[in-house]
Ligand binder design. Structure first.
Ligand code: ADP
Length: 580
């Protein structure tokens, strides 16, 4: 990014600029060229001026989707994604995405216009008055407010550093309405801007921590490497691949780490997950937390006798956050630093005399894996009428294999679980999903950002319920003419569509939707391509066409309304789930 000249207000007699232009200049100076947002008071003009200055401004229909777009753009690029909203209600709509970004360690900055402090602090009832800074604080990694135009440079610099350094997260930047028209001498304004030097500094692990990890790894009889989305974020793809291949240790990718190495890699143990977790004796976590997604590192999943008991594993944890270790179970060898530096340091200690894990372990993993893969192949080969999750996703699996650079966005319950296990990924950072919270509603925001940031085709596999949370953004897909193919796995309801109202009354059961809903017409309404598909052949043809044409497409893939289980694979977390 070259030098950014301050934008001098066009009608100025003397060289002055204002808050609007300074915000834009500060972002551009730091290489930020895209804003996701929704215009309105007091930031309407900011969106116009940003576009006029050459930034890409992507306007959404609801702030939560703009926020999700910003967050995932941050994950994909390592630059903070920017979400711009109006005050109070718009700000609140953006907060879910901000909190989700913080939870998932995605760098984003939510910038919201706000009311003047004097009025807010005395609660005098301004238009959309709210103490936004106080509300954002517990949900963000950091929160700042800028009152004076000359502080915009510092405010933006601090927000950028907070978002991307160390463990990344969501940052809130509060910009009161009166800040924008403040005029300031252009020369002083230019001097006040900061181009952030080294915003996410490398963090080199201590030699003794690396040594401790190597000792454990060397002594392991049944080692396992677990890759999390932190490993995907770190963009240390070559080092991670090297570590895995040089050590010959089986590895397991968490959902968004799929594709860091191709899921078809001979060392990938995904198909033997329930075997390797309890059996492993030393587990090296790289950018993955032992949270609920990994049963907190204990219990029966890990070979413990009861849900509370620890297994017999020893853990090595590579993570940038020094506080992460021991969150749930003892971490025997924490290695604190950025993943690129940590993995390189471990690799340096591997050397040519490294002894591969015992054949007994590798054979046992391979045997379990091959058995499960054969079982899966059998299931995928069936062609039931109506379609079910498996027969529809067998098509998606082929399409991704043929288009490994396409980005897969995925949300739902069963639609999420089945896609994760059936659809192999081949390249890093191509799978974007509901993340740590399992939050619904990321679909269209992620799809828009993925297409805008990468220019690659995007395939969004959506449960019919999940799609509803952000469905109106199909208009956004059409407006910006994005190469996004949305596939709704439509079984007429939340989890499944065959429940009845037990009273026999007029109202439908709480979990079911309108039968035979024609979601594809929603896309047609805005000029995109809508397809109603009831067979794998129709689905395949429509997906191939969508990839080729790069036109916004929505495929309503009608599947058996009895397909699916309550809460998908997390039934155990649902205290009253009916097991069907
Ligand atoms: P998953 O859900 O895939 O298991 P998590 O989101 O739980 O992944 O964990 C990601 C971890 O990666 C977090 O603990 C975070 O601190 C860490 N992390 C993120 N970026 C980096 C990085 N560049 N270097 C090291 N660790 C990182």
């Amino acid at each position: 990014m070259g030098t950014v000249e301050p934008q001098v207000a066009a009608d100025a007699q003397t060289p002055v600029t204002d808050g609007f232009h300074l915000v834009i200049d500060a972002l551009r100076l730091n290489g930020i060229d895209t804003i996701f947002g929704l215009p309105g008071i007091p930031i309407t003009d900011l969106t116009r001026k940003a576009q006029a200055a050459g930034m890409r401004v992507i306007s959404f229909r609801h702030e939560q989707n703009a926020g999700n777009a910003a967050a995932i753009a941050g994950f994909m690029t390592q630059k903070p994604g920017i979400c711009l909203t109006v005050s109070a209600p718009g700000f609140l709509n953006g907060l879910t995405a901000l909190a989700n970004a913080t939870t998932n360690c995605f760098p984003m900055i939510l910038i919201s216009g706000s009311s003047e402090r004097e009025i807010v602090d005395l609660q005098q009832g301004d238009y959309e008055e709210m103490d936004q800074l106080a509300i954002a604080k517990p949900l963000a990694k950091a929160a700042f407010r800028v009152l004076h135009a000359e502080d915009i440079g510092v405010g933006v610099a601090r927000a950028i550093r907070a978002a991307v350094s160390g463990r990344p997260g969501g940052v809130y930047l509060d910009l009161p309405a009166r800040l924008f028209p403040q005029s300031i001498d252009a020369a002083a304004a230019a001097k006040s801007l900061i181009k952030v030097v080294d915003p996410a500094p490398r963090q080199i692990p201590a030699g003794e921590a690396v040594q401790r990890a190597l000792e454990l790894l060397k002594g392991a009889r049944r080692p396992l490497i677990l890759l999390g989305k932190g490993a995907a974020y770190a963009q240390a793809d070559a080092q991670i691949r090297d570590l895995i291949e040089k050590t010959a240790i089986p590895y397991l990718p968490m959902s968004m780490a799929k594709g860091l190495l191709p899921d078809t890699h001979p060392q990938c143990a995904s198909a033997a997950r329930s075997f390797v977790l309890p059996e492993a004796d030393v587990v090296m976590l790289i950018g993955a937390r032992l949270n609920w997604l990994l049963s907190h590192g204990k219990g029966k999943t890990w070979g413990g006798q009861s849900q509370k008991e620890w297994g017999a594993q020893k853990f090595i944890q590579i993570d940038i956050s020094p506080q992460e270790a021991d969150s749930n179970v003892r971490i025997d060898a924490p290695v604190v630093g950025d993943i690129g530096s940590c993995v390189s340091a471990v690799l340096a200690g591997i050397g040519p005399n490294w002894v591969k894990p015992p054949a007994e372990w590798l054979d046992a993993v391979a045997e379990r894996k091959n058995k499960n893969l054969a079982k899966m192949a059998e299931t995928l080969a069936r062609n039931p009428v109506p379609m079910n999750f498996h027969s529809a996703l067998a098509v998606v699996r082929d399409i991704i294999k043929a288009n490994p650079d396409a980005i897969l966005v995925n949300e739902g319950a069963n639609a999420l679980d089945f896609t994760r296990s059936i659809v192999d990924m081949y390249r890093p950072r191509k799978r974007l999903d509901v993340g740590t919270w399992g939050v619904m509603g990321i679909g269209m925001g992620f799809a828009v950002a993925a297409a805008v940031v990468s220019g690659q085709p995007v395939i969004a596999i959506e449960g019919d319920s999940a799609f509803g949370f952000s469905g109106m953004e199909v208009e956004t897909l059409c407006r910006y003419d994005l190469p996004v193919c949305v596939v709704i796995l439509n079984n007429n309801g939340v989890y499944r569509g065959d429940e009845r109202n037990p009273t026999g009354g007029r109202d439908p059961a709480p979990l079911v939707f309108v039968k035979d809903a024609r979601y594809e017409k929603l896309m047609e309404a805005f000029g995109g391509v809508g397809v109603y598909a009831t067979s794998p052949a129709e689905l395949r043809k429509a997906m191939e066409q969508a990839i080729l044409s790069r036109k916004p497409t929505l495929i309503n893939a009608v599947i058996d309304e009895g397909a699916g289980t309550e809460s998908g694979r997390i039934t155990a977390l649902n205290p009253t789930a009916k097991k069907k």
